[in-house]
Design a protein around this ligand. Structure first.
Ligand SMILES: Cc1ncc(COP(=O)(O)O)c(C=O)c1O
Length: 446
């Protein structure tokens, strides 16, 4: 099939009609950047309701890790659905939940035995980590980072510090949350090398937060994304993560990594934190874990989760058997082939995008790991002034040319395709980004 293939104006007539109906009845809080109305998908290719065919480098916000409707995942879902859909793993037992917990424990980069708590979403996985941190340490306070996105339920939202609109009007937030600067080397105001930039950010915790605001023996956890997702695909330098581990160990603070977006093979390793050789105490996962079925998991050192007595925390739908079956099939595919593909095609896509930097002054930075790649657009490479409107224009014009990408942060384009993306599809993505940048640069978006 010719991909992409756009045969109607966008949105087409059927898409238009559905969007009209949506406008009347669906929450206006959703951030739809362009009018894509899904009909079906396979691998990294999606078709809209009017028969237009797109290359998908968004994957439903980094979710459909094995591609759309991978036959092995669909078979696992169908088989499980035909036996039973729900029984609540909180009050009864079923094998798919146990098997998934065993498989996750075998791969999680956490010391000693590992336990899983099952929810339905990223925010619930983070919420479980917050509650468990407080419970196990008997400390109240949490440190998170500016630019972070941890979800939208009120506990997780209190850690989120990505865009003010996400918090606006919802206060007061959960008390006891302090935000530190994240080691964003591209935007480092002091122009420091990664190791020094990492040290500066962490000194802020010791010299400012611990000195002026909260004593470390009252801090339950430091929560962070190894690669900030929604905040702009900002990769934490290894030294930052390693020093953070030292700092948390020094004060008996738990290190919680939010791998809701970066986990499950996306970066070419099962977990992004593995690139830095760091072993945290807890990991939150969701998005890619079940290829699109709702599932969130808080993974924790067993000795920490063992502090919870029955009744301390639970979720009716969490660890739904159909989602667990999908996750088991997903993990098999990741281990067999897709993690390696993410590393290989990710490096290939990254070098193609980096090469565009020689041609397009709008590109300030291209960064990421595996198939988690951000392209930051700037109006001026010296001042790094953010090119937010140009970014929005690139995202929407890429849609017009048949490529689905999303924005991240104020001025980055995020490429988070299904991990089945092939090299020729990566070439197509690079060409469309190239053409779109040319159009935006010459079209006077200012
Ligand atoms: C790093 C991270 N944590 C948490 C969340 C929240 O996940 P959910 O939308 O499934 O609640 C997201 C979602 O984008 C995320 O990227």
């Amino acid at each position: 099939m010719n991909v992409p293939h756009i045969k109607t104006e966008l949105p087409g007539p059927k898409a238009k009609a559905i969007i009209e109906r949506d406008r009347a009845v669906v929450s206006p809080s959703y951030t739809r950047g362009y009018p894509f109305v899904m009909q079906r998908g396979s691998g990294a290719v999606v078709e809209d309701v009017d028969g237009n065919v797109f290359l998908d480098c968004a994957a439903g916000i980094a979710v459909t890790s094995t591609g759309h409707s991978h036959p092995d995942v669909v078979a696992a879902i169908t088989e499980q659905a035909s036996r039973f859909l729900h029984m609540s793993g909180t009050d009864f037992y079923y094998e798919p939940q146990v098997k998934l917990a065993e498989e996750l424990a075998a791969v999680a980069p956490i010391d000693g035995a590992v336990r899983s708590f099952f929810g339905n979403s990223g925010t619930e996985a983070v919420e479980a980590c917050i509650k468990l941190s407080r419970y196990a340490t008997r400390r109240d306070n949490i440190i998170a980072f500016l630019g972070a996105f941890h979800g939208r339920t009120l506990g997780a939202l209190s850690l989120t510090a990505s865009k003010a609109i996400q918090r606006r009007g919802f206060g007061p937030m959960m008390p006891g949350v302090f935000h530190a600067p994240f080691a964003d080397c591209y935007r480092c105001r002091l122009g420091l090398k990664p190791a020094t930039c990492a040290a500066e950010c962490l000194d802020y915790i010791e010299d400012e937060i611990f000195l002026h605001l909260v004593s470390p023996d009252e801090v339950a956890a430091i929560v962070l994304e190894p690669i900030q997702g929604e905040g702009g695909y900002v990769v934490a330098p290894d030294q930052f993560l390693q020093r953070l581990r030292e700092l948390t160990s020094k004060y008996g603070i738990l290190m919680v990594v939010d791998e809701v977006q970066s986990g499950m093979g996306r970066t070419g390793r099962m977990f992004a934190i593995e690139h830095a050789g760091v072993r945290p105490d807890m990991i939150a996962i969701a998005k890619g874990v079940a290829s699109g079925m709702p599932l969130g998991v808080a993974l924790a050192r067993a000795d920490i989760m063992d502090t919870w007595p029955p009744g301390a925390h639970a979720s009716t739908f969490g660890g739904n058997p159909v989602s667990c079956a999908a996750a088991i099939a997903t993990m098999k595919l990741l281990k067999e082939r897709l993690m390696a593909n993410a590393a290989d095609v990710g490096a290939y896509l990254m070098s193609g995008l980096r090469a565009l930097g020689e041609k397009h002054a709008l590109i300030g930075d291209v960064r990421g790991r595996g198939l988690m790649i951000g392209v930051e657009l700037v109006r001026d490479r010296q001042t790094k002034e953010r090119a937010g409107r140009q970014r929005d224009a690139v995202v929407s014009k890429a849609f017009g040319r048949g490529l689905l990408v999303l924005g991240a942060g104020a001025n980055s384009i995020r490429l988070s395709p299904p991990l089945v993306l092939m090299r020729d599809q990566a070439d197509t993505a690079v060409s469309i980004v190239d053409e779109t940048l040319t159009e935006v640069e010459s079209g006077g978006v200012s």
